[in-house]
Design a protein around this ligand. Structure first.
Ligand code: FPP
Length: 256
């Protein structure tokens, strides 16, 4: 852990260099965090929602344009019913509790995923906060809820087929842009950094299309222990990378 002075120094260094336009986080390790302390798994998720608040605050202060958090996957419905229900309660509480902070800080709340599968106690406050924060423009916070990258690609393929059948999209106009316009992430900045916590080295169905040119930062830190310092370390790591997009190192340096 850094001292206050070292943290302030890292914060200033990171803020002075170009930030990624869009950061995605696979928040993992809540269960292990709880098990290591002989606590119920839900306590890990509860502490995880405190990390959501701290990381969102830090991202907003730094001026990150977009943050996407993988809060509940399409596959997470298969967890024990008590855990699913506890997670839905945490999401409901989060949406009520964080509303003032989101509104006061110019944050636009957005959500991606199969949102109609969410229970009304989550869907209703989510829709309300989405609507009320729609005019905010300082940062977009996207919650991936009942989200799966393959599910998103299937939904996109259906929209492409429907638009083609309706005559709104010609087959020779189907390109990367036409696809991006039909993904759930349409309108968000390109994903430039993905962070995965808890030492796992998997993509786990997160933003599959969008990951194409994202940098990946892996950390052993469990999500409930992830806070401002860990976010700054991930951003610092991103800022050391050379992003080449298929070109050579020399070409990339010339274009800078
Ligand atoms: C993965 O940990 C985490 C989740 C499945 C849920 C993430 C949820 C939160 C951080 C809290 C609620 C979210 C918001 C936005 C308020 P895991 O349970 O798979 O951990 P494990 O691999 O150690 O078991």
């Amino acid at each position: 852990m850094l001292t206050e002075l070292e943290l302030a120094h890292l914060r200033a260094e990171v803020a002075a260099r170009p930030l990624p336009r869009h950061v995605g986080i696979i928040m993992d390790g809540n269960g292990r965090w709880a098990e290591q302390r002989s606590l119920p798994r839900l306590e890990g998720h509860r502490r995880g929602s405190d990390s959501v608040r701290e990381v969102t605050r830090a991202a907003r202060k730094l001026g990150l344009p977009a943050l996407t958090l993988y809060a509940f996957s399409a596959q997470n419905w298969q967890r024990p019913p008590d855990e699913v229900s506890g997670l839905m309660d945490l999401l409901r509480d989060y949406l009520h509790r964080e509303r003032p902070e989101i509104m006061d800080n110019g944050i636009r709340l957005h959500a991606i995923g199969e949102l109609d599968r969410l229970p009304a106690r989550v869907r209703d406050p989510l829709e309300e906060l989405r609507r009320d924060s729609a005019g905010n423009s300082d940062m977009v916070l996207t919650l991936a809820l009942s989200y799966g990258g393959r599910e998103e690609i299937v939904a996109m393929a259906r929209r492409v087929a429907e638009d083609a059948r309706a005559g709104a999209l010609r087959l020779d106009s189907i390109d990367a842009e036409a696809i991006e316009e039909r993904l759930w992430t349409a309108g968000l900045p390109p994903l430039e950094l993905v962070v995965r916590t808890s030492g796992e080295v998997r993509v786990s169905n997160f933003l599959l299309w969008q990951l194409a040119y994202a940098e990946i930062h892996l950390t052993e830190t469990l999500w409930p222990d992830f806070g401002e310092e860990a976010l700054l370390v991930a951003l610092d790591d991103f800022q050391q990378r050379e992003r080449r997009f298929g070109k050579t190192s020399a070409q990339t340096r010339r274009a800078r």
